[in-house]
Design a protein. Sequence first.
Length: 193
Amino acid sequence: MGEPVTQFRLIPNDTAEVALNTKAKRIDVIGGTSVLSTGGGNEADFGTVDISSGAENSDVITVMWNVTDVDGNTVLETFKLWLSSNDFDIEGSVIKVQPLSGADQVAEDDTENYTVDAVIGDYTWATMVEAEPEAINLWPSDEATSMGVDGIKSEDAVFWAMYAAIADGETTGTYAGTTADYELQLSFKYSYS
């Protein structure tokens, strides 16, 4: 057994719920989906946030993580997401996050369903933690604590929505993964065996 092959994908805001409502659909190529880089290149982009008139929020973006080759592993579990590098200058500038599910709603206290063209009022948000959480804080789309494995891949996915809440008086600039003094880096961790 080796390390599973995985990818992060940006789900376009106008993706219809029906495009995500089964395991098979979630692992297929969704129209307009782009594979996100885990280094420099095609990072998740919150877009321009204009704070010239005070605090402002970015648009909502939705990210999906899935496994394309389990490499002989049978268990994928313990999914964690956190903001590992935060170079905002104002304490009130944060990344907000909401775990999402697929078609079912088994554990309502853990996840909420995806909403097409989501805006901030569509979800109940939490501030993304800035250290590795002690416990799981993302769930697979079937809302269990581990992913099912089907042959060489998992037909499950982990996805979440997030946005940047920028405080009044924040230092302006382009915040990117490896830009000195303007870094925003997310970390995603899971276990496999």
